[in-house]
Design a protein around this ligand. Structure first.
Ligand code: GLY
Ligand code: MN
Ligand code: MN
Length: 450
């Protein structure tokens, strides 16, 4: 599937920023993802490696990017290794750039056939102070690096030195990827709009008797007809009690009168993910207990949004959502009011975890659970890190009520999650997925019309 590459200038700028953070004269190596056999002669749909793509914009398999950091008068160099042109293979599999066309189109300084990688690396790594790559991520790359180092050391008697240290490249790249530039933000906005449209379509389609997989088909249709190459993850379409299974994705039950259906589905557009959850009534109208819990989750999400602003720690939004949810659980008798005098007491005893057992969000970007530490690893107690403008994250509170003694029966088997995608701005956050219907009245009106 054709992936539209990020602007060449954005990738060139990212390569320059990475090179500036490396030791002078050091070399970074990034391999893209391998193709993976599904069965017989049939591969899984190909998906590039996110780090490689972030720096190259190049989506072909069997590619490696090598970056040489500047040293004194010598400028930085970026070198692509990729598949050669091959008229026979191109008849079967389609166009491939080949090194020279790729070099020009993607702004590399040099490009070589991938078959030259080992021979060239033995030269490129000669007298280089340090090597940067994803340590221990791929056994194949680890083995290859070890081969290159041996080849460089073998030249030792002619005065050639091998790199004296290795650094974990994602350590630098994760921090860069955490802050989304304008192009990334706009792409993520489009990925979110497409997924929001898919949720609206799925709501219009839903009625008692449909199967979860039919709703899934509506989502996938809407993703693909809008140009999204893939679902960003396997969609969850969970009717009734299935919604209380957090990672349910069998999607093979029939949606019944009186149930809610929880749909967690996002798409991947040109390498960027959206991740949206909505929960709606199968028959188009919330029952009173469903509405009560739904509005509690909405209120928790509002509290989480209000906590997203540059400066305070990432964990603030979770704490805000948990506070609202725990207070609601007490009010509604889900949590024993005789045992806990306040939401804080209940939270301190982790009582809320019976009904809300996951975090309130995660970084979002090229990966649906995007890279980057959530804590400040430089401090001994590793506190939650402060939010910064340009970070992208999901906000996804929920409530999941499994039948249990002491839990009011009217709430049994109700599972609700509401998930939106946001970008941290200078003074708050911008919701990217706001087109997905969310208010009780808004959902009921939309479903009534269909
Ligand atoms: N869809 C995956 C998640 O919400 O984290
Ligand atoms: Mn999510
Ligand atoms: Mn999700």
């Amino acid at each position: 599937m054709t992936v539209v590459a990020p602007a060449v200038s954005a990738c060139i700028e990212r390569r320059a920023r990475l090179a500036a953070r490396m030791e002078p004269g050091a070399v970074a190596v990034l391999a893209t993802a391998p193709e993976t056999l599904r069965n017989g002669d049939s591969d899984y749909p190909y998906r590039h490696d996110s780090y490689f793509y972030y720096l190259s914009g190049f989506a072909e398999p069997e590619s490696v990017l090598v970056l040489v950091a500047p040293l004194g008068e010598q400028p930085a160099r970026s070198i692509l290794f990729c598949r050669e042109k091959n008229p026979e293979r191109e008849i079967w599999d389609g166009y491939r750039y080949g090194p020279e066309a790729a070099r020009i189109a993607f702004g590399f300084d040099e490009a070589w056939p991938i078959g030259e990688l080992d021979a060239q690396m033995a030269k490129i790594l000669a007298n280089v102070p340090a090597l940067y790559y994803a340590l221990g991520h791929s056994a194949a790359l680890d083995a290859q690096v070890s081969g290159w180092l041996k080849a460089v050391r073998a030249q030792g008697r002619s005065g050639v030195a091998a790199p004296a240290s290795a650094h974990h490249l994602p350590g630098i790249l994760d921090e860069m990827r955490l802050l989304k530039d304008a192009g990334e933000q706009s792409l993520m906005g489009r990925a979110a709009s497409i997924a929001a449209g898919a949720h609206a379509r799925a709501m219009r389609f839903t009625r008692p008797g449909v199967f979860e997989y039919e709703i899934e088909a509506e989502l996938l249709h809407e993703f693909r007809r809008n140009g999204a190459q893939f679902p960003a993850y396997t969609p969850i379409v969970a009717a009734g009690s299935n919604a209380c299974v957090l990672h349910y994705n069998q999607n093979n039950s029939q949606c019944r009168e009186g149930e809610l259906v929880l749909v967690d589905a996002g798409c991947e557009l040109d390498g960027y993910a959206s991740d949206i959850t909505r929960t709606w009534p199968v028959n188009g109208r919330f029952s009173a207990p469903q509405k009560t819990l739904y509005e509690l989750v909405l209120q928790a999400q509002e509290a989480a949004f209000a906590a997203i602003v540059p400066g305070p720690p990432y964990s603030g939004m979770h704490e805000a959502a948990v506070r609202v949810l725990a207070a609601g659980m007490l009010d509604l008798g889900l949590i024993d009011r005789n045992k806990y005098g306040s939401p804080e007491d209940a939270i301190a005893d982790k009582a809320h975890l019976q009904f809300y057992m996951h975090g309130t969000g995660h970084w979002l970007g090229m990966d649906v659970h995007d890279v980057g530490p959530y804590r400040d690893m430089t401090q001994p107690d590793r506190p939650s890190r402060p939010l910064l403008a340009g970070m992208a994250l999901t906000v996804e509170p929920g409530i999941y009520v499994r039948p249990a003694e002491g839990v009011p029966e009217e709430y049994w088997n109700i599972g609700i999650r509401i998930e939106d995608d946001v970008i941290v701005t200078a003074d708050g956050c911008r919701v990217l997925s706001g087109d997905a219907p969310k208010g009780v009245a808004e959902i009921e009106q939309l479903m009534e019309k269909h």
